[in-house]
Design a protein around this ligand. Structure first.
Ligand SMILES: [Zn+2]
Ligand SMILES: [Zn+2]
Length: 269
């Protein structure tokens, strides 16, 4: 059983209305031992209807979760994390974030591809699906050259959730040279990846990244691997975690990773 969820959003994120304390209560009722809140911070995210999106009030956030952690310390281990949007144009803000080291964990994610959001169908209108996915991986390689202040790369290959043509068959081998470079760079820089189960509710057949990429990560010497539901509501806490132990073992892992104070700890399956 995986009893740690390391990717959770709350009402501190622009796209969630979830009360954080209710998540804690739910996690305790499900028997979770460790949870890490990872609300969004995306510097320079495009305005939506004139509103600033995905910018975290860092001081308020830290204070709120420090209090929550204290309140429930006898029942569950609460960690404080952030899901940071990585982009070359904001790399100095990313690299200077949390300089006082109050966070336990930072997920680095790509929510924008050179400033464009693949969530919207017009992202896909400009070129072929293959080229759009290649551009996404190319942008990740660029992000890795300039952003260093994170622990794992979030939901690698998640862009496939948003392909408008649902008959398109995704084959990761088409992008394997890029993926090889991405994974190698992550490993050399001491970073990990996460297994993210949120895509399963979009109809994907596997978590992100897919099993082929997970195996490649292992073969290249990757060791750090966190597990996250990416829940934006408490109903999805630990979503489909029952399939993860087999998924990990098939790829050659007999443990998974959690972080405390930005340091990895390994938990046997
Ligand atoms: Zn994300
Ligand atoms: Zn997320």
């Amino acid at each position: 059983m995986i009893l740690s969820d390391y990717h959770i959003h709350t009402s501190f994120s622009s796209d969630s209305e979830q009360n954080p304390e209710d998540i804690v209560k739910k996690a305790i009722s499900l028997g979770f031992k460790n949870i890490c809140f990872t609300d969004h911070n995306d510097f320079d995210f495009p305005l939506e209807e004139g509103k600033v999106m995905f910018l975290l009030n860092y001081q308020e956030y830290i204070k709120y979760f420090q209090n929550l952690r204290e309140k429930y310390k006898n029942s569950i281990n609460i960690c404080i994390g952030v899901e940071q949007g990585l982009m070359k144009s904001v790399s100095s803000s990313v690299n200077n974030y949390d300089s006082g080291r109050q966070l336990d964990f930072i997920i680095g994610s790509s929510h924008l591809v050179y400033g464009q959001d693949p969530y919207y169908p017009d992202f896909w209108d400009k070129c072929s699906i293959d080229d759009a996915i290649l551009t996404y991986y190319e942008s990740i390689i660029e992000n890795l050259k300039c952003c260093d202040n994170f622990d794992v790369y979030g939901h690698l290959d998640y862009i496939i959730r948003y392909i408008p043509d649902k008959s398109y068959i995704y084959d990761w081998h088409r992008y394997q040279d890029y993926l090889h470079d991405i994974l190698k760079t992550l490993i050399e820089n001491g970073k990990g990846i996460e297994i993210n189960t949120a895509g399963l509710k979009y109809g994907l057949s596997e978590p992100n990244p897919c099993s082929g990429i997970l195996k490649m990560y292992r073969e290249l010497g990757g060791e750090i691997i966190t597990i996250g539901s990416d829940a934006h509501s408490m109903n999805y806490l630990g979503y489909k975690f029952d399939i993860i132990p087999d998924y990990l073992m098939d790829a050659g892992f007999d443990y998974y990773t959690i972080f405390r104070q930005r340091k990895p700890e390994f938990i046997r399956l």
